[in-house]
Design a protein around this ligand. Sequence first.
Ligand SMILES: [Zn+2]
Length: 399
Amino acid sequence: MLVGDFTAAPAKPSTPMPAPHGVTFERGKVDFERIRREHPIEEVASRVLDGYKQKGPTTSVAACPVHGDGASHPNLHIHHGPHPRSGTWICSSCKAHGDVLDLVKAAMGFAETRQALDFLDGGQRLPPERQQELQRRAEENARRAANVPRLNLDLTDFAKEAYARLRKTPQHPASQAPQARHYLAERGLEAAIARYGLGYVGRGFPAELLPQGWDYEKEELYPAFGFFDRVIIPYRQPDGTVPVVNARTLVGKKPKYLKPSAGGAAPGSNARPYRLETVTRQDGVICITEGEFDCMSLGVAAHDLVLEMAIPGVNCFNEKNAEQLAGRDVLLITDNDAAGRRAQGPIRALLEAYAARVTVCPMPEPHKDLNDLLIEQGPAAVKRWIEPVVRRAGRRKLF
Ligand SMILES: [Zn+2]
């Protein structure tokens, strides 16, 4: 029902949002831009939505009031700060979306935009029992947020068990996970299983080793069964520990890539670069790809030429990470798509502040990314392409 009200499309940068549908009162007297400016969407969302939590510097999630999310699996994404669609929200499940006024309407069950305006500018037109209810809800949300424990601090045993189920052994020469092996073989990445310790979670996987989730309603831990039927990519540290994994679905489940929740930890603490700590221990040109699978494609084909790492998203790279690349020669390989071009700016700026030299190299058309090149033309072609690129990116004569 409410979905029909969300006619405002997510705003592009510097494109003003259209006035919400159905506003007929005092037209021209309401400054919608000012309302949106003075009431940051993340601040409003944290007050009116259940299960609100910040996932990164520009995105938060919460339970969607439109289709009635469980607060433990929130689908509503709120964009704020420097995000390209800052000031908007969208539910990845029911696709309801809009701006801060639509958010208030959905959360409070308001039929009219006017009620949302009253709510935001502190108008006294709300009945007192409604105001009390709001106050109660805000207090309850704050209490629940304070109770969330830090989760999934060490995933080493999980990653080891997942790897044991994917690799070939003398006891299991055919592997226990034919589906996962088939998927990786199709992407040209069978050799990546041993090199990167890839794993698989399927039937019979012990629940006690799974990452944990936090149930906001019951306020208790539960095994995160969402990791089933996924290829596990461990973020292995040089000492062998695994603080973070990323998990790619094999059966079309959403999200395509799943990371364990970090609970009450600092926002974005599980968003980090892939293999940064490994490459900074070795000499040579550091090659940065976007996705982990592109990074592996490079390593499988040309690990004797490159030190491969990945930054899977702008929010996975901060100034502290960039500091670790101080004085290094860095090659940034960007995907041939809109997301790749968007991500390039902020990552490049951080790199240029610290690295000795930054070379940006887009993938050659028609290849979308490195894995695409590997699949289409094989490892020898990847190596032929990267060799001169790496040579140019290195300040010292490497070859
Ligand atoms: Zn929804």
